[in-house]
Each structure stands twice: as structure tokens, then as C-alpha cells.
Ligand binder design. Structure first.
Ligand code: ADP
Ligand code: ZN
Ligand code: ZN
Length: 764
């Protein structure tokens, strides 16, 4: 009997091993025990030892290795499978669909402590100090041991579970040492099953649209039937209330609920909305967790201890004991697509898992992606619409300001220099009116830092990143003065390269260097000069900047949120961070000084993404009782896309785009794979892709576009070229990739290059 093991190596195959020495059965008896499928084993691999997952038991090896050369498993790590049948099937599906090695897929699926072979019992191992032990039992020199002992002592007589102790900073070797010395002891204490979920607060009365949506989803739940739903509800239409009421039935049936959220929405408020409705075991999973937390979360999902699981993208790959519902909130969000290693899309994986478990999957959004609309057309998703906001709240009205006719407002500095604020008088007037009425204003600008470009007015030199095809962003870290250039620097937003701001132009020596364009810091400063300067404003209104720079610290977003929700008049200046599902009840005006730029971009997906962003940001207005207004300042008021969006709304706009894609044969009307090649020179990456094309199978039906240099071909001192494959049918694409991709990877010219494959790429 042989055991097939998937190992974390970049080879598209599994490996055969014999049973561990000693467990080998004699020729006429069958072995009594085999390491179970889905358990971890440690095996020799070349000169290394690797940990892999058992994926099959076989009688004969189908590899070409002679039977005598097959090595034995070194060590079996689990008596029981740690991955159930469903998760293994998921792994196989991911490997096939994304053409990614099974062993590497499993490595993505497992938390790192599990990959490293750590025992899974740390969550149920309970440590305590033996009753008769006191401080006197320590040698004065054993300081570190005493320190660890004191940490355990804080937990009193009962002690604590090992995972708690590890999170507090204790170390396993010390626990073992203290135990050996007879100072502490451990026992295994299985976690008690969680109490049944109880309702903590009464549900709201649903309006008709909400009721229809809840009924449809619950029908699928009760029939134990997979159905994918597109819950297409305008911002503020009460999608969360629909989730909550469906969840109630699913949780009461004793099943787990998985809620996927985009990264930034994963703030304590998200948890609070669910925690205030249900008293249940709620687990939050996100990228900021340490390894022990991750293992803890993984185990809690696997054992069924977690009842409501709220997590970002990778949570869709967790094991669940008994899943009853998956919700993908803001399903259009770009963060659901993994951009390296296994390039999966969490919404697609969620649909697969729903099918696997015979449960409903709800994709909720105000701005459905074109892919999801196409799935509705194809009958693969069932659309549920919420077209109104409950209660008095009205959707915000959108209005264009022509920035060509209205000059942007000029402001004068203390020393008399004039500068452009980037805001029209109409917009400034509306902001003042809103503040004076006691409301809040949100100004959206999707660019952080002070200014996107540093330009020499004399010769046209621009500060560029030496490592990327990109301009350096100007950052000034100072308040309210144009004079001090301390603490100022240039930074590349792609590779984080930093430099001092030169005082003279490196090319021509001119001192005439100017920061061009608007970033959130500069815009905040300009707004400050208008609305928080005693010389220009009666009242001084706070300007609250929300971007990656101001929310970097752990609790900063939390305190910003609190400041906003106190409700007094203020101006919020934010990047796309503010677009994601936040609730600012006092914001009644949303301003977009140049959000429409994306309609000019060359990327065919840009109009879709720009419109989604604009509608999501606009959706922050008027969510309380007061009506909202949205002002879009533009230099291209005749742009057809912009007019269509403002006049007819997102859905009609998106339908138009979909029609265009159909005519041009672009996704979702075709299926794409993007091959990227990265190396030290552009020539080498281009050559590798040409060589790969040369071994393309004959008589295929794909469109092969490229190789060309990637949109930002130089990044972090590496060069990128790419090749795009388009197929009418997904089958054709996979057929070619199955024959071609692995041989292409093995070509000599790719040896020192990085070649990757992206199925259903989001950008190219
Ligand atoms: P969405 O997620 O669709 O943007 P939310 O779920 O945040 O919208 O709901 C917006 C607001 O409407 C919330 O304050 C919510 O409490 C309220 N709401 C939702 N459904 C109802 C209802 N049926 N009756 C009254 N208020 C509701
Ligand atoms: Zn110059
Ligand atoms: Zn760079």
C-alpha cells in the first residue's frame, strides 16, 4: 500500500510514499492503519524534510520511479484528518481551475502553524500551576522561567488554555520546562459546544422588497438547495437587514454563517452590527492577525465553535463544520481578487462552496460587477432588487459642475502668493451652506499625499521613481503653512522608495520646482485655509482626513470614526477607503472634485470601476433622515459615460457597458487568462513569452494578444511583460492551458524569470 502526498513544491503532481517504517504490514496481512486522507505527514524530499497532506491511498505507483526507490513516510502528524472531504475537493477544484499545483493550493489553504506541523491541540491544552508551588520554588537565577511562571500565575488557580498563553507572549518550550521541573501541569480540556444562538434585539419590520428577498433566500435554505443570489440594492436600501433576517433562520437551525467583507469594512462596527442582533460566538478573521490567532480562528471554524464568521477574502478558504449561508458583502469590491500566488476570486469560490454544501450564497452590492450581471442574464444568479431606502431617507441627487466655465477658487497665502484650491466657487458655496446648516460634508479624492507630481517649471523635469515607471508623490508632513518644507519627502506609491525633495532642479538647476495636482493632504490644507482660518471663516470647522496615511496606526480609524459620528459639522476628506460600506449619518453633501478622471483611462475596465467608486462614495450622502446631495466637478461635462451615469444611474450605465463588451468580445463575453513574466530585463521577459507562444498547441481557438510590456512595465527594478489569452468558451481556454502551461513553465528561457498565470484577471 502506498500513500499519495501533496507537497508544497511548485510541481504539478503528487508524490508516492511507503508507510512509515515499522507499520509496514507483512505480505499476507493488510495494514491495520493508514495515515488518513486529509492528514499531515512529514516526508523526505530530496535532502529536505517536508510536511504534506495525504490525498490518496493507492496500491501501485503510477510514477516512473522504480518501486525500490520509493521512500517511507518519516512521521504521521495527525491521527484524524485535519481537512475533510469537502475542503480537499475544494483544493482539487482550485488547482484545476487556476492551474496551480495542488501542494501549493493546500499551502495557501492551511494556516502557517498547521503547515509547520504544529499540533492542533494548543486550543484545548490547559495549563495550571500546581497547588503547592510558590515563588520560593524558583532559583533566583532562573529569571526568564520565573517571568513566564508569573504570567501563568495571573490566571489564578484555574490556569488558562495554551492558545491564550501563547497570545500573551508565553513560549511553549518554557511551559514544557516548567512542567518537567514539577512546577506546572497540563491536561486536555475539550471546548464545550457553543450555546444555541439567541436573538439579542428584535428585527426591524421589513419593507416589501426586503421581505421578498428574505423569502427567496430562505426558500433555498429550507429546501437545502444551492442558489446564488445577486442582492442588488442601492446604497442604504437595507441589505444588511436582509442578511440579518436570513441569518437568524440559518443560525437557529444550528448552522454556521460566513460573511465576507472587503478589507477596510472589517472594523469593530461591522462586528457590532451583528453582535447587537445576536448573542452568538462571533469570530473576526482578517490579515492583521498573528499566527496563533489565525490557527485559533481556523480551528474554531472547523470545529463549529464559531457560529458567525466575519472575514476578509481568505476566509472563504477556511474549513467549516456545518455551513448554512455565505454572504459576500460589497461583492463588486476589487479586494476579493487575490493578486499573487493562487489568484482566486473570493466570490467565485463562495459560489463553488455554496454548491458544494447545498446552501444559498448571497452577493450583496449597490454596484454589481459586469461579471455578476452577466451571470444573472445566464440564469446562474438570481437577482433580488432593493430600489428604495427604507423610512424617509432618499437616495442622493447627483449634479455636475462644469469646471471649465467656473474657475477654480484662488486663495492667497500669508506672504501674498496666490494658489489654486482645485475647488470651484459653486462647490465651496455648497460646502459652506451644508456646514452652516449643521451637517457634515464628504470630499472624495482618490489620491493620498500632497501632490502627485513634482515638476520643474523651467525645463519640464519631473521627479520619477528610479525603480518604477511612475512619478514620485510629494508628501508634506506639516500643518497650515506653505513655508516649512521640513519633514517633507518624495515617495513612490508602488515600491515605497523615498527621497528628499530637491531644492533645485537636478537637470537645469532652476529653483522653480512646483508640486502639481491635488492629493488628500493638499486638499485638506486648502479646505483648512477656507473653512478653518479665522480670517476667512466665522466658524472654524474641523477637517478630518481619511486615507492610508492617517489610518495607519492601529486604532486611528476607530478614533476618526468616533469623531465623525459625534455629528457636529465637519469636512471629511477621504480616498476610496470611505467608499466601502460605511455609515456616516450626518453627511448630507458629497463632493467629487475630479472623480471622473477614470473615464479617460485606457484600461477597458476603468469606466466600470470608476462608476462603482463614484456611486459608492455618493451613497455615503443622506443615509440619515435628511436628503443627500452629490456634486461632481468635471472638466469634461459632455463625456457620454459621465452623463449616462448621472442621468440614468448605475444599473443602466452598467447595462450599456455590458452591451459594449459583448460587441467587442471582451470579458465577461469571453474568458481571459493573463500570463505575466517578470525579470531583470524587458528583452528577456519578452523572449520567454515568445518562446512560450512557439510551443502553443496547434489549431486552438484562442485569441493570443502579445507579448507586450505590461502597463507599468518597470516596477521595483524588475521588468514585466505579458501575454493575454482570450477564449469564447471557458472550456477552450482550459483545454489549451492544460496542455501548454506546464511545458511553457519548463522552457529553458524561463529559468531565471518569474512566470505566472492569472485566470479571470481583473486588469491588464
Ligand atoms: P445598505 O447595506 O443597503 O447600504 P443598510 O443595511 O446599512 O443599507 O441600511 C441603511 C439604514 O436603513 C440602516 O440604518 C438600517 O438600520 C435602516 N433600515 C434597514 N432596513 C430597515 C427597515 N426595514 N425599516 C427601517 N429601517 C431600516
Ligand atoms: Zn529643470
Ligand atoms: Zn517605485
Amino acid at each position: 500500500m502506498l500513500v499519495q502526498v501533496a507537497l508544497p513544491v511548485p510541481l504539478h503532481r503528487v508524490f508516492d510514499y511507503r508507510l512509515p517504517v515499522g507499520t509496514q504490514a507483512s505480505p499476507n496481512t493488510s495494514p491495520t492503519w493508514l495515515p488518513p486522507i486529509g492528514s499531515r505527514v512529514e516526508v523526505p524530499f530530496g535532502r529536505q524534510r517536508l510536511i504534506g497532506i495525504v490525498v490518496a491511498h493507492v496500491r501501485e505507483s503510477d510514477s516512473t520511479v522504480s518501486i525500490n526507490k520509493i521512500k517511507s513516510i518519516h512521521n504521521c502528524l495527525d491521527a484524524e484528518p485535519i481537512l475533510d472531504d469537502r475542503l480537499l475537493k475544494l483544493a482539487h477544484w482550485l488547482a484545476r481551475y487556476y492551474h496551480y499545483p495542488l501542494g501549493d493550493v493546500l499551502a495557501v489553504l492551511l494556516p502557517s502553524l498547521v503547515r509547520q506541523g504544529k499540533p492542533l491541540d494548543i486550543l484545548i491544552t490547559h495549563w495550571r500551576i500546581l497547588p503547592h508551588i510558590t515563588d520560593d520554588d524558583f532559583h533566583p537565577n532562573a529569571k526568564k522561567q520565573k517571568q513566564q511562571f508569573d504570567m501563568l500565575k495571573l490566571h489564578g488557580e484555574r490556569g488558562a488554555s495554551e492558545d491564550t498563553l501563547l497570545l500573551e507572549g508565553m513560549q511553549r518550550p518554557f511551559l514544557k520546562t516548567l512542567e518537567k521541573k514539577g512546577l506546572i501541569e497540563h491536561h486536555i480540556q475539550p471546548k464545550q459546544a457553543p450555546a444555541p444562538v439567541k436573538l439579542a434585539k428584535m428585527p426591524l419590520d421589513l419593507n416589501d422588497e426586503q421581505q421578498q428577498a428574505v423569502t427567496a433566500i430562505l426558500d433555498a435554505h429550507e429546501a437545502q438547495r444551492y442558489t446564488g443570489f445577486l442582492l442588488n440594492g442601492i446604497t442604504g436600501s437595507g441589505k444588511t437587514e436582509v442578511y440579518l433576517q436570513v441569518m437568524q433562520a440559518v443560525l437557529e437551525a444550528g448552522k454556521q454563517v460566513l460573511i465576507l467583507v472587503p478589507e477596510i469594512g472589517l472594523t469593530p462596527q461591522t462586528r457590532a452590527r451583528f453582535a447587537s442582533r445576536f448573542s452568538a460566538e462571533i469570530v473576526l478573521l482578517h490579515s492583521g492577525m498573528n499566527n496563533t490567532h489565525r490557527l485559533q480562528g481556523w480551528q474554531n471554524c472547523r470545529t463549529g465553535h464559531a457560529q458567525i464568521i466575519i472575514g476578509t477574502r481568505s476566509t472563504v478558504l477556511y474549513p467549516f463544520k456545518d455551513l448554512g449561508l455565505i454572504v459576500v458583502d460589497e461583492a463588486h469590491d476589487g479586494s476579493y481578487k487575490q493578486q499573487d500566488t493562487l489568484r482566486y476570486h473570493a466570490a467565485d469560490v463562495a459560489l463553488y462552496r455554496g454548491l458544494q454544501c447545498n446552501i444559498p450564497v448571497v452577493l450583496g452590492t449597490a454596484t454589481p460587477s459586469l461579471e455578476h450581471l452577466k451571470l444573472v442574464d445566464d440564469g446562474k444568479l438570481m437577482e433580488l432588487q432593493l430600489l428604495t431606502r427604507p423610512g424617509n431617507a432618499k437616495p442622493a441627487s447627483m449634479q455636475l459642475i462644469d469646471a471649465r466655465q467656473q474657475n477654480t477658487h484662488q486663495q492667497t497665502t500669508d506672504d501674498g502668493a496666490r494658489y489654486d484650491t482645485g475647488l470651484t466657487d459653486a462647490m465651496i458655496g455648497a460646502i459652506r451652506q451644508t456646514l452652516e446648516a449643521g451637517d457634515q460634508v464628504l470630499v472624495f479624492l482618490n489620491r493620498r499625499g500632497y501632490a502627485p507630481v513634482l515638476l520643474c517649471e523651467a525645463c519640464g523635469w519631473q521627479a520619477d521613481c528610479p525603480r518604477c515607471d511612475a512619478h514620485l508623490t510629494v508628501h508634506y508632513n506639516r500643518q497650515n503653512s506653505r513655508q516649512h518644507r521640513f519633514n517633507s519627502y518624495l515617495k513612490c506609491h508602488h515600491c515605497d522608495w523615498q527621497a528628499y525633495i530637491p531644492t533645485v532642479c537636478p537637470d537645469c538647476g532652476s529653483q522653480n520646482l512646483d508640486a502639481k495636482g491635488l492629493g488628500t493632504t493638499r486638499l485638506s490644507e486648502n479646505l483648512h485655509a477656507i473653512f478653518a482660518n479665522p480670517q476667512t471663516s466665522k466658524e472654524l470647522y474641523p477637517i478630518i482626513q481619511i486615507d492610508r496615511d492617517t489610518t495607519r496606526r492601529k486604532d486611528s480609524w476607530e478614533s476618526i470614526y468616533q469623531r465623525i459620528n459625534q455629528g457636529s459639522p465637519a469636512i471629511l476628506v477621504g480616498t476610496q477607503m470611505v467608499a466601502k460600506g460605511h455609515h456616516f449619518p450626518n453627511v448630507t453633501l458629497v463632493c467629487m472634485p475630479n472623480a471622473d478622471r477614470g473615464f479617460l483611462s485606457a484600461d477597458f475596465r476603468s469606466p466600470e470601476h470608476t462608476a462603482q467608486l463614484m456611486i459608492q462614495v455618493a451613497g455615503r450622502a443622506g443615509r440619515g433622515d435628511k436628503a443627500g446631495r452629490v456634486l461632481i466637478q468635471t472638466l469634461q461635462p459632455d463625456n457620454e459615460l459621465l452623463l449616462k451615469l448621472v442621468k440614468d444611474g448605475y444599473l443602466s450605465f452598467a447595462r450599456n457597458l455590458l452591451q459594449e463588451r459583448k460587441m467587442m468580445g471582451l470579458p465577461p463575453y469571453s474568458h481571459a487568462a493573463l500570463i505575466r513574466c517578470e525579470g531583470k530585463t524587458l528583452a528577456a521577459t519578452m523572449q520567454a513569452l515568445k518562446d512560450a507562444i512557439a510551443i502553443f498547441p496547434n489549431a486552438h481557438k484562442l485569441a493570443v494578444l502579445g507579448p507586450i510590456d505590461a502597463p507599468m512595465s518597470k516596477k521595483n527594478s524588475r521588468y514585466h511583460a505579458q501575454l493575454l489569452l482570450l477564449a469564447k468558451e471557458r472550456r477552450q481556454l482550459h483545454h489549451v492551458l492544460q496542455q501548454w502551461w506546464q511545458p511553457a513553465l519548463a522552457l529553458p528561457s524561463t529559468k531565471y524569470l518569474k512566470m505566472t498565470l492569472d485566470i479571470d484577471p481583473v486588469g491588464w
